[in-house]
Design a protein around this ligand. Structure first.
Ligand code: E4P
Length: 217
């Protein structure tokens, strides 16, 4: 299972990278705005900064909603750095643009997926990644993890190679549940990733070992 961090915060990206478990980064316009990164020039520079920190794929989202605009923007994004993945919205023109980029060998991430039907379309268009937003489904009393399971079944039925990128992960148990279901990738906040480290018996056991070592020395 690949671990992506879902942020535009460079310190958090550096921290996750330093842990040695990071496979990539996802961003979106809201995450950029949260870090105060505004204006096309600054946003493009920020993507390159992220690419210099991590070794894996970095999703950069287009803001156009028409095919020509997405192609123009996506090509500019892809030209920024070899690690850039063009992130496209799950709308008709987004699917058309996904097919365009996948035919050209440019990696894509179809985002804002909320149904198995949308996931099927993204796979048909040759998406590299397809991002179902599980947390936002949970927010409206709909089972986000059940959607991941449905998509896993459908993709396995037909051998689709599109990777299921579980997005809108909010906490550590989301990561574990996605791993059990077989999501290829998860993207979440640093706090959810660090939550995997925690167990009180680890802390108690380590304290005991250190205490016993001191006794013998
Ligand atoms: C995915 O690529 C999105 O950036 C993200 O996971 C959205 O998460 P949120 O629902 O917590 O905003």
């Amino acid at each position: 299972m690949k671990f992506f961090i879902d942020t535009a915060n460079l310190d958090q990206i550096r921290e996750a990278q330093a842990m040695g478990i990071l496979d990539g980064v996802t961003t979106n316009p809201s995450l950029m705005a949260k870090e105060g990164i505004t204006g096309a020039t600054n946003i493009l520079k920020h993507y390159v900064d992220i690419c210099t920190i991590v070794e894996g794929d970095v999703s950069a989202e287009v803001i156009s909603t028409d095919f020509d605009g997405m192609v123009r923007e996506g090509e500019a994004l892809a030209a920024l750095h070899p690690q850039i993945v063009v992130k496209l919205p799950m709308i008709a023109d987004g699917i058309k643009a996904c097919k365009y980029f996948s035919d050209k060998g440019i990696k894509t991430n179809v985002t804002l997926v909320f149904s198995a039907g949308q996931a099927l379309l993204a796979a048909k268009a040759g998406a590299t990644y397809m991002s179902p937003f599980i947390g936002r489904l949970d927010d409206i009393s709909t089972d986000g993890l059940a959607l991941i399971a449905d998509i896993r079944l459908i993709y396995d039925n037909y051998g689709f190679e599109t990777q299921i990128l579980a997005a809108s992960v909010r906490h550590t148990m989301h990561i574990m549940d996605c791993a059990k279901i077989g999501a290829d990738v998860m993207t979440g906040p640093l706090s959810a990733i660090k939550g995997l480290l925690k167990h009180p018996l680890t802390d108690i056991g380590l304290a005991q070992f250190l205490e016993d070592y001191k006794k013998g020395n």
